[in-house]
Design a protein around this ligand. Structure first.
Ligand code: NDP
Length: 435
């Protein structure tokens, strides 16, 4: 009997880790026979709660709120909040499980958690989003705190939502503490936090390419998504001399063969962040670009692919198309965007492949830096935070190599990330006993 059989995304994430970590456990006496993985897959706590709110017409709605507190063995729970209609226990448990390994890889003292709601911010007014966020926090506040659990943003939760959530927490608790990350600059946020996941993903890919004597210069890059991670991955790849030719959302993909330069990206940010519109609107201003309704970008020829939208958005067929078209590097900006079949395809083709728990860890790492600045009541400069982010991405890359090198020299970054993330958490579990 499979425990959690009704949670396919969670099982997928656990399976991917178990496949690489179980052989490692079997080879290492100290971890053997201690049921460590069993202790890692069960959340320390899973909280589910009612979120009632009133829309602009006075109608009452009820959404479901969640917080999965997966592991606090190396630090307070840390991980984002996702507001999207697909949110359920399976999705949040997969994300929380991944988060434990990711946070361990950052070298910072953070445990893992994840939360959110099946609330859909799309098409809602600012006032409706505010009322929802306030209601959500009137329950969540009792489960979090700067030394207990520090949530952040994720899909559907950006600076607007973090502001509303923080405002209600501050009011109820009557204290100004670093209980959320991704805050605005004037009220405790960190420079580079908005950019960190997208930049970090590109820094990770840059490390992989450099090891092969290669760079982003002159490369054609496809990016999926057009939210926070996609926008800043596009910005950094362009700054490093690459040409980004695609962006997407859940309705379709735009292909701009001339490249999405800084001016065009500013327009994308206006469409997505200010107007809260659709990526298809890009072609209204740039008619030479094409729009593929209902399609992902993976059939577009590229050297480097950066999936930055959502889980399981790139399947085995997509992976075949990418490798056939000459793609040499895939670096996950989203969490688990590539299906297991797609990952196998990349590994068989021996192309560079980075799993999200390593390559998108720059976001939570910079959240860790935001927490440190909040504790110090001090702010580092843009350059200081960016340098620390680069250093952390390099160190994660090197940890992956330590545990991921195959006898033929190919780096299996999936195995490398899983084992490196596992070791630190497992050692803490052993030291703390059966708790
Ligand atoms: P945003 O909400 O800013 O953007 C999400 C993007 O993905 C949007 O373009 C959205 O399109 C698209 N998308 C969402 N769901 C789907 C779907 N089912 N099919 C196709 N496209 C979809 O979120 P983020 O950029 O913050 O997050 C993107 C990914 O990165 C997620 O997997 C997240 O977990 C991961 N991540 C984010 C971090 C962060 O710091 N923000 C840190 C680490 C990982 P649409 O507008 O149509 O919904």
């Amino acid at each position: 009997k499979v425990r959690n059989a009704h949670e396919p995304e969670f099982l997928q994430a656990v399976h991917e880790v178990a496949e690489t970590v179980l052989p490692y456990i079997a080879q290492h006496e100290i971890y053997n026979g201690k049921n460590i993985l069993l202790r890692m897959v069960e959340p320390e706590r899973a909280i589910m709660f009612r979120v009632p709110w009133v829309d602009d017409k006075g109608e009452i709605h009820v959404n479901r709120g969640y917080r999965i507190q997966m592991s606090s063995v190396i630090g307070p729970y840390k991980g984002g909040l996702r507001f999207h209609p697909t949110v359920n226990m399976s999705i949040l448990k997969f994300l929380a499980f991944e988060q434990v390994f990711k946070n361990s890889l950052t070298t910072l003292p953070m445990g893992g958690g994840k939360g959110g709601s099946d609330f859909d911010p799309k098409g809602k007014s600012d006032d409706e989003v505010m009322r929802f966020c306030h209601s959500f926090m009137t329950e969540l506040f009792r489960h979090i705190g700067p030394n207990t659990d520090v949530p952040a943003g994720d899909i559907g939760v950006g600076s607007r939502e973090i502001g509303f959530l923080f405002g209600m927490y501050r009011k109820i608790k009557n204290e100004f503490t670093g209980v959320l990350t991704g805050k605005g600059l004037s009220w405790g946020g960190s420079l580079i936090r908005p950019e960190a996941t997208g930049y970090g993903n590109v820094y990770f890919a840059q490390n992989m390419l450099e090891r092969k004597g290669d760079t982003f210069q002159g490369k054609t890059v496809t990016v999926s998504g057009s939210g926070n991670v996609a926008q800043y991955a596009t910005e950094k790849a362009t700054q490093l001399g690459a040409k980004v030719v695609s962006l997407s959302d859940s309705s379709g993909t735009i292909y701009d063969k001339d490249g999405i330069d800084a001016e065009k990206l500013a327009h994308v940010m206006f469409i997505k962040n200010v107007k809260r519109g659709r990526i298809s609107e890009y072609t209204e201003k740039y008619p030479s670009a094409e729009y593929y309704a209902g399609k992902t970008p993976w059939h577009i020829p590229c050297d480097i692919a950066l999936p930055c939208a959502t889980q399981n958005e790139l399947n085995e067929e997509d992976a075949k198309a990418l490798t056939k078209n000459g793609c040499i590097c895939v670096s996950e900006g989203a969490n688990m965007p590539c299906t297991p079949g797609a990952i196998l395809q990349f590994q068989h083709a021996k192309i560079l492949f980075a799993p999200g728990k390593a390559s998108n860890a720059g976001g939570v790492a910079t959240s860790g830096l935001e927490m440190a600045q909040n504790s110090l009541r001090y702010s580092w400069t843009r350059e200081e935070v960016d340098d620390k982010l680069k250093g952390i991405m390099k160190s994660i890359h090197n940890s992956c190599i330590d545990h991921g090198e195959d006898p033929d020299g190919y780096i299996n970054y999936v195995r490398g990330a899983n084992i490196a993330g596992f070791v630190k958490v497992a050692d803490a579990i052993l030291a703390q006993g059966v708790v």
